[in-house]
Write a protein that binds this ligand. Structure first.
Ligand code: 5GP
Length: 192
């Protein structure tokens, strides 16, 4: 997605050879016009998948998630991150290790919002090791629903998440794929 690549080049800040900061359009300040295009692009890519729910994780997944859900005209659910939880039977819970915060969170979704038979599109802002996406997929599967696909705004292709998710059988669509973050510079994996 050319528009997004240009935005990453113009505004992305390479914090280290593993972390890209995009707080001017995705992770703090958000660019609604760009997010609208992101939603359109995911909708185009997953058009044949009969999606009836979008699932993301707070907080940075919410903007691309809601714009995709708006375009698809389906509800969006965001998983909540919590430190620790008393046992409850009305929520799905999964453990997710956070790449950026280096801590394990429990992520939760109310059971009433995902039903058996649902076809759920998972959306997230970044893909690194795949922890967040796998955690969301496990929640969908706990519900007896199907993962219709996984849409990622920025995949860091030098980390294994994309490969692991595909090996697990999921369809992964990343709008931009970063091949490297060396010498303070972003290099993309694909030419398109
Ligand atoms: P994963 O769960 O795939 O290891 O990491 C993805 C999650 O970690 C995303 O939800 C995102 O919030 C965060 N993340 C991973 N890498 C980066 C990065 O380079 N920059 C930013 N801003 N967030 C990242």
């Amino acid at each position: 997605m050319q528009l997004l690549k240009q935005k990453v080049l113009d505004e992305g800040i390479v914090l280290s050879n593993r972390v890209l900061k995009v707080d001017s359009f995705l992770n703090h300040q958000m660019d609604p016009v760009l997010m609208k295009e992101v939603g359109r692009e995911f909708t185009r890519r997953f058009a044949g998948e009969a999606v009836n729910r979008v699932l993301t994780i707070e907080s940075s997944g919410i903007a691309p998630g809601i714009m995709t859900a708006l375009e698809l005209e389906v509800p969006m659910i965001f998983a909540r991150k919590q430190k620790s939880l008393t046992l409850r039977d009305d929520i799905f819970v999964e453990k997710v290790y956070s790449f950026t915060k280096q801590e394990t969170n429990e992520i939760t979704v109310a059971k009433k919002f995902i039903q058996p038979g649902d076809r759920v599109l998972i959306i997230d802002d970044f893909l690194a090791n795949g922890e967040a996406a796998f955690g969301l997929a496990r929640i969908v599967e706990q519900a007896g629903a199907t993962v219709a696909g996984i849409g990622i705004v920025i995949e860091k292709a030098f980390q294994p998440g994309g490969r692991l998710l595909k090996e697990a059988g999921y369809r992964v669509e990343s709008l931009v794929r970063v091949a490297a973050l060396d010498d303070g510079k972003v290099t993309f994996a694909d030419q398109d």
